[in-house]
Structure formats: C-alpha cells, structure tokens
Write a protein that binds this ligand. Sequence first.
Ligand code: GLU
Length: 485
Amino acid sequence: MTKIRTRYAPSPTGKMHVGNLRSALYEFLIAKHAGGDFMLRIEDTDQERFVEGATEIIYRTLEKAGLKHDEGPDKDGGYGPYVQSERMKTGIYMKYAKELIDKGEAYYCFCDKERLAGLRTEIVEGKEIMIYDKHCLSLSKEEVEEKLKAGLPFVIRQNNPTEGTTTFHDELYGDITVNNNELDDMILIKSDGYPTYNFANVVDDHTMNITHVVRGNEYLSSSPKYVRLYEAFGWEVPVYVHLPLITDENHKKLSKRSGHSSFEDLIEQGFLTEAIVNYIALLGWSPEENREIFSLEELIREFDYHRISKSPAVFDIVKLRWMNGEYLKAMDEDRFYEMARPYLEEALGEGFDLKKIAAMVKTRIETFLDIAGQVDFFKELPEYDVSMYTHKKMKTDAASSLEVLQEVLPLLEEQEDYSNDALYQKLLAYVEQKGCKNGYVMWPIRTAVSGKQMTPAGATEIMEILGKEESLRRIRKGIEKLQEI
Ligand code: GLU
C-alpha cells in the first residue's frame, strides 16, 4: 500500500485564519491516523500578496497547535525544495509546462492587455472572469519561436478541449462533471515566470507524492481544470477533500469583522491552544461517538475524513468559550496558575496571594480574559446597592444584615488568625449560638466584603485574601451603608 502523504500548503499572506488551521489540522490528522507523513509547503508564488513575517506565523502556529510536520522547508525529507519560489528556480514548473506544450495540452500566449481587455467575460462565483478565446493557439511553431526570440512577454496557458466533459471525484461532494467548454484556458506560467497556484499545486502535489489534498471548497470549481492537467500528464489524481465553508453566527463567511477569524485573535482573546484545536476539529467533522472533548492524540485515533459534513460549519464563539472553560477546569493547578498569573497581575497588581485567587477562579471562567471581572473587587470595593443584602432564600434583608454585621464586627476585631478555616470556625460558632442558617450570616458578610452578588469564593475565603484590616474596613462600610437607609 502506498504511504499516505498529506500537505498543508499555505500562502504566506498574513494571519493564520481559522479555515487555514482547519485544513492543516485535517491534513495532519489524515496522515497521522494512517501512520503517514504530513508535509509543509510554502506557496509564495503570488508575490503581490506576500506579507513579510507571515511564514513565521505559520511555523509558530503549527508548532503551538502541535501539528508537527514531518517534512518542510526546515526539515528535508527528500522532496524539496518545499518553498515554491525556490522550486521555481530549479526550473521544475517550466519543464512541466513545456512538456504540456509538446503534448498539445498547453500553448504560449502573447496577447497584450489591450487585446485581453476586449475579450468576453463571465461571472463565476461573484467574480468577473475573462474567457480567453484561444487566439494564440493558432500561432505556428515558427511564429512562436520568432516572438520568443524577439523577447515578447508571454504566458503559458492550458489548452482545454471545447467539447466533451470532465469528471472528478471529491470524497465529500461525490462525482462532479462539467462541460469542457466551461473550462477556460487558465494561465499556468505567468509573464513573470512564476507558476500560478493552479499549475504549481498539481505539479507539486504529484512530484511530492501527495495522496490526499484537503482544502477549502473555493477550489472546487477549479478542480476539473486540475484534473485535466493530471490527465494530460498521465498522472494519478490525488484523493480530494474539499471542506465546507466556515460561517459566522449570521451564516456569513467568517471574516475579520467577526473579530475571531484567526488563530492569533483567539489566543489574544484568552483561548487555549488545545481548546481551539479541539473546537476547530469539530467545525465540519463529527466523531462516531457523541462526545466533544478530544485531545490531539484522541483526534488522531478517531479522525475519519468520511465523517466530514458538506454543510457550512458555523463558528460559534459561545460554544468555543464553553469548551475552553472545560479545558481550564481539567487543567492541573500549577499550569493554570502559570498561565493565569499575567492576567491576575494585571487585574490586581501586587500584594495579593495570586495563587490562592487563581485556584478560586479556575472553575469559574471560560477564558483568561474573564479573570479581571471575577477578581477586581479584591483590589477595590466596588460601589454597590444595599438592595444586594436582601436575599429571599437566605432570608436576609437590610435590617437582618445590619444586625448580623454589627454583631460579628467585634468578633472579627478580636480575631487574630485570618485564615479561612479559623474565620469559618469563628463564624460557625456565632451561627450556632444565634440558631440561624449559615447563609443568614454569610450572605451579608460576603456582600459587605465583596460588594458583589457573585464571587469566586465564600465570605471567609475572601477575608483571608483581604486580610484583617481591609476586611474590617469593608464590614464597617457595610454597616454605614445600611444605617443610612
Ligand atoms: N496556497 C493555497 C491557499 O493558501 C493552498 C490551497 C491548497 O491547499 O491547495 O489557499
């Protein structure tokens, strides 16, 4: 059996979009599931779209996401070079283009801009596409030689038949048949000598022994032309898996405007790499068993590309937040503290036991950005309304709260040990003596020391963090507030 070989073939044009990462992930999973090789190829032939630093982002992201490539520009596996601009210098694309010319499957075209501007256009997927009229196909060999000798600029075009049909197979979309007269004679080699993506992807996938091609379904409509190239060369067509569109909540193509369209955006928004990878795996793919949390190893084991759906996948940030929260809950304490610390420091500065606070918020946040909102009251007692002292279930109101706070104040003043346990025992003794429920006492105290309805911990844990002086100051403040009404 041939070894499964997949490739991630990004164009270094900017950030790594969610869709790019999904292609990379699926390529990786298909290869690893089958014990095959996953390769990285940099497609930089479109010099106009090249963005400085974009290649580094690709390396960084793949590494962070755990998608280790077996071969690539930095890891020779015998199929290099792995960067298309370097491949071009070896003359590989020109060599194969000439082979097609010799076979009558391609031809030189010398038409200038003015002539092309007058040609028929068609709207394909919202874009205006010029349909070339095969004008230069009729040039004789001698005419071509002459023009080449004269140094006229040229492109090389694919020579597609005008009759018959071409059929290709996609693993998700099935057999797709098009009329050949719909296939325009696309450019294979541009006037700057670079191959187009359309040509390079075929030459490279073949010469690099790629068995499975996974990419966005925006390439679906061009695929018959690629298949025609494979057939013209007499090469075996790889397995195609064209992935469904990823949309935002409004079913529009996920775009920068959504604010979470790239891997970097998501990291900045406090998401964990593992959660992002897990979530992205499920954007279009569903596992056999009904579960959602998968480590990368589990994904490798379970991934079956036949279970990818054709329908658009909705990027649901609420779901991702939930998933991220699950990862945070499951994370070991030390690692969580390590990662949460910068956010805690930013929210609280110095002077707090950040490790204890980290443990409090661990199960209560969905992303690290939620930390500030959970812990800000430690730094400063927020303005709060006395109505917060009233709680139906705890059977508290302003009057009962005032009484409790006034009674516990001297107890807390005489207390020296402000550890959570000691404080809890102290207040428990008071609860027992009073013959009431815990909440009747704890609710007003927690309200007074936090000024919040919801806190990541109970009254005595909060007081332990705040220390004696600040706890007492807040309780006195609570008494004052309640006396005012
Ligand atoms: N360079 C193409 C892109 O970034 C890759 C498409 C493919 O995987 O064939 O969109």
